[in-house]
Design a protein around this ligand. Sequence first.
Ligand code: ZN
Length: 234
Amino acid sequence: MTDSALVLFSGGQDSATCLAWALARFAHVETIGFDYGQRHRVELDVRPAFLSMMRLEFADWKAKLGEDHMVDAAVIGRLSDTALTSETEIAMQANGLPNTFVPGRNILFLTLAGAVAYRRGIKHIVTGVCETDYSGYPDCRDDTIKALQVALNLGMDQRFVLHTPLMWIDKAATWRLAEDLGGEALVGLINRETHSCYRGDRTVLHDWGYGCGDCPACDLRAQGWTRYMQSPRT
Ligand code: ZN
């Protein structure tokens, strides 16, 4: 299936936008999500709701949107003691990385995605990693993804293509991309039905979506939304 894609869909804004991006380009799209003991487990809960709403609101995409694969990746949570997988307070570390960094997480996720793509005969793998306004996670870097593409293709004897539609755009441009792909209906759906907050807070709906409002993920999302709303429409 050279015209099929597997999208790493976490339930957050970035991966939801990547899912729409893939649906606009490929004939058949499947999704994969990972349970790794994340504190913000609510993002796993919003995934099926988002997929259902997408099928409901976008008839063209409904026909293309295939199976959702949930993979148990709890081992990565057990191996690491980070603020994403335990009750540790979110803080900067001496090495300049926030303690929300889970070492090896994206490397493992993309390897598992490669294994599923191999089994499903899927050529394109899409991930929402971004080097532009990210938290400094080294496994979100373009070089890491390019190296992984080489490693997966050598190690599985495949010709996978790893796509990173958000690599060089900021959060405001990510909202703009969603608007270009699916209009205000998609922007509204992503705003209401995706989840970014590290604390898993879905009690308050802000104009930029649900969240605690003061964790790094909420900050990034809120700032991106504000810049998107302020930027001139073309
Ligand atoms: Zn938050």
